[in-house]
Structure formats: structure tokens, C-alpha cells
Write a protein that binds this ligand. Structure first.
Ligand SMILES: Nc1nc2c(ncn2[C@@H]2O[C@H](COP(=O)(O)OP(=O)(O)OP(=O)(O)O)[C@@H](O)[C@H]2O)c(=O)[nH]1
Ligand SMILES: [Mg+2]
Ligand SMILES: [Zn+2]
Length: 357
């Protein structure tokens, strides 16, 4: 069992009046639990009295969102097997466009307050990827903290300097993920009742940081490949751990691809120095491409805005808009297929009934 406290209170697991308010009389007989483990469709939940493997009720599968790690769910106990009957609305939901060509949104974790965005001081490091993670987490109201690992193996100064140009004022630290001192530095960011998630490519040290913060070797870790600094995708499931003294920590598998969906606000929030100028253009709907009186282009020409940052912002905005549109279309198609399917079914049933009469 992955729990380090056998019977935590719901508050200790991150329970909140926001969830309490969602339980109406029709659901009083169900029990609340938090999803602490997710491996493909297999879920593990924890509540005041223990930990269960849980199955998702068929009705929930067809209507609503499938629960992911960090979600609060309501379950019924059927002689030792837990069946999840409802997934409560999340305070925050981290999602990306699913990797590959499938046009689907993939939820990564729910009800998260703090995102530790982890990069390593090696070939993995990419300021553009940091911007992407910042846009993703800021869009859903998380507090990002940028971490640069492997600071014990190389001089982190140039990495810190490069990361500083994209950090947009959010905390940035270079750490040795193995050092006990690192846990002491990170711990104050996670208050009791809050949940943090570790995000980043495979091999950057997410699980190593989890183990350091828990003070025990809970999560498996593995050495990266020396020739290209790439990780081995050691973590394959998403797990939520309880921290000593309150707070929760979610370890995630390294992501190969991170495509923005949903909210355009994130792409703007990750570039606060640009929005300052955008408000000053002559036209309020300026696209900053060809309009006269464009404050953004003027600032670019004066060198007050970094051209690479501007390019990156435009790229993320376009990607976000295209994915939001495609996903919207996919949702709509899916909805229409369901409506169509129901019409066909109804027509066939009516025909059969007429035959039987
Ligand atoms: N020296 C040193 N080694 C580190 C540091 N961070 C991670 N490592 C090592 O890098 C390797 C990969 O670390 P993991 O914690 O497994 O990486 P991960 O991000 O969880 O990777 P996935 O689970 O594949 O996504 C392990 O051998 C760690 O010991 C660090 O700050 N310093
Ligand atoms: Mg891992
Ligand atoms: Zn403009």
C-alpha cells in the first residue's frame, strides 16, 4: 500500500467545502474518496477508512468525465469492491491534447494547487518547453515553481540565467534532487490541505524528488541514458502521496508531448511582459501583425520585447486556438454521433414494436 498514514482524515487528503457542497441528498448514501492511483483505467482510491481498488460505474463511463488522479469521487461499497458512482467537479483540472494524432483531451491530474515544473541541467533543458508548462499550469490557476535538477553534476548558472528569462516572476530553483536539503527548500510551498504535482520530461528527477519529500523510497527511479540524457519512462502510473505534516504530492510519468488545449489565458499569463504592450495598441482587437499604431511591433523594433519570446507566444496562442477548435469539433461530432445513434436505435425499436403488435 502506498499510504504512509493508515487512516487520514478527509481534510488531510485535501477535502474542501467546495466538494462538500456537491453532495446532495440523492448522493448522501455514497462515500467520498480521493483517487490516489491511476494506471490506464485502473483506479485506486483512499478515504478515511482505507484504500481500495475501484471500478468506474458504467453510467459514469457514458456521461461525464472519467476520474483521474487527484479527483474526489463518490463510491458505493459492494461487499468489499468499491464502485465509483460520481466524479465531483474539480477545483482545477490539468489537461493536454492527448499525444499522437487522436483528437482528444487527456486529463493529467485534478485538484492541484502547485505545479513543480522540473527540468534537468543537461540536454533536456529547453526554455520553450518551460514556457509551455507555464502556460498549461497558469491557465488552470496553479502556482508554478520551476526546478532545475542535476545542479550537483554541472554548474547551473547558465541554465538558471536562461530559465530566468522565461520564468515570468515565478519561483526558480536549481537543486540536487537527491539532497535532503532540497526537500527542506521545497516543503514550504505545499501547505496542509494543498496538492502539488511534479511535471516534466522522463528522467529529470520527478520521482527522485518525490522520494526526497516523502523521506522514503516510495517511487521507482532509474538512471537516464548517458548518450542523449533521455529518461527511460520509469514511472508509468500517476500516484498521489500524503506528505508528513499535511499536503499531497502527485508523481506523473514523463510526457513526450505537451500540446495546449482549452484556455488562451495561460498563453498570455506565461508572457506578462507582452500583455503590457498589447493593451496599448491603437485597435483593441489588434493582431499585432499589420495594423497601424501597434505597440507590440513598435516594442519589438525598439528591442524592448525579445523576438524569440514573441515568436513563442504567437506559436502557443495559435496552437491553443487550433486545438481548442479541433477538440470543440470533436466533442460536437461525438455528441452528434450519440444523438444519431439514439435516433437509429429508437427507429429500430419502434419498427420492432410495430412488427410485434
Ligand atoms: N546527480 C543527480 N541525479 C539526479 C538528479 N535528479 C535525478 N537524478 C537521477 O536521474 C535519474 C532519473 O530520475 P527519476 O527520478 O527516475 O526521473 P523521473 O523524472 O521520475 O523519470 P520518469 O519516471 O521516467 O518520468 C535517476 O537515476 C536519478 O537518480 C539530480 O538532481 N542529481
Ligand atoms: Mg518517475
Ligand atoms: Zn498590436
Amino acid at each position: 500500500m502506498s499510504s504512509n498514514t493508515p487512516t487520514p482524515t478527509l481534510a488531510r487528503l485535501g477535502w474542501h467545502t467546495f466538494f462538500e457542497r456537491q453532495i446532495d441528498d440523492a448522493r448522501r448514501h455514497l462515500h467520498a474518496a480521493r483517487v490516489i492511483g491511476q494506471h490506464h483505467e485502473r483506479l485506486r482510491i483512499q478515504h478515511e477508512h482505507g484504500i481500495h481498488d475501484a471500478a468506474v460505474a458504467g453510467a459514469l463511463r457514458h456521461a461525464g468525465r472519467l476520474p483521474v488522479v487527484g479527483d474526489w469521487v463518490l463510491f458505493a461499497d459492494y461487499g468489499g469492491t468499491a464502485r465509483i458512482e460520481a466524479c465531483l467537479h474539480a477545483r482545477s483540472l490539468l489537461a493536454r491534447r492527448a499525444a499522437g494524432t487522436r483528437l482528444a483531451e487527456q486529463a493529467i491530474a485534478a485538484n492541484v494547487d502547485i505545479a513543480f515544473i522540473v527540468s534537468a541541467c543537461n540536454d533536456d533543458f529547453s526554455p520553450r518547453r518551460l514556457e509551455r508548462y507555464l502556460a498549461l499550469t497558469l491557465a488552470v490557476g496553479m502556482r508554478p515553481v520551476l526546478l532545475l535538477t542535476r545542479a550537483d553534476l554541472t554548474d547551473p548558472t547558465p541554465y538558471l540565467a536562461a530559465a530566468q528569462t522565461v520564468a515570468a516572476g515565478h519561483p526558480l530553483l536549481a537543486v540536487d534532487a537527491h539532497a535532503a536539503e532540497t526537500a527542506t527548500r521545497l516543503r514550504p510551498w505545499i501547505d496542509a490541505g494543498e496538492t502539488a504535482v511534479l511535471l516534466g520530461s522522463s528522467g529529470v528527477g520527478k520521482s527522485t524528488l518525490v522520494n526526497r519529500l516523502l523521506g522514503r523510497e516510495f517511487a521507482a527511479t532509474a538512471a537516464i541514458r548517458n548518450e542523449d540524457s533521455k529518461g527511460r519512462h520509469t514511472t508509468t502510473a500517476r500516484n498521489l502521496y500524503l506528505l508528513e505534516g499535511g499536503g499531497c504530492l502527485i508523481d506523473t510519468p514523463g510526457m513526450r508531448e505537451l500540446q495546449l488545449t482549452g484556455d488562451e489565458a495561460g498563453a498570455d499569463q506565461a508572457f506578462p511582459e507582452l500583455s503590457r504592450y498589447a493593451g496599448q495598441c491603437r485597435f483593441s482587437d489588434c493582431t499585432h501583425r499589420h495594423e497601424p499604431g501597434c505597440a507590440v511591433r513598435a516594442a519589438l523594433e525598439r528591442g524592448e520585447i525579445d523576438a524569440a519570446r514573441w515568436e513563442s507566444h504567437e506559436h502557443l496562442r495559435r496552437e491553443q486556438a487550433a486545438n481548442a477548435r479541433r477538440l470543440g469539433d470533436a466533442h460536437e461530432r461525438h455528441r452528434q454521433e450519440k444523438v444519431w445513434g439514439r435516433m437509429v436505435r429508437d427507429a429500430l425499436n419502434a419498427k420492432r414494436r410495430r412488427r410485434e403488435e
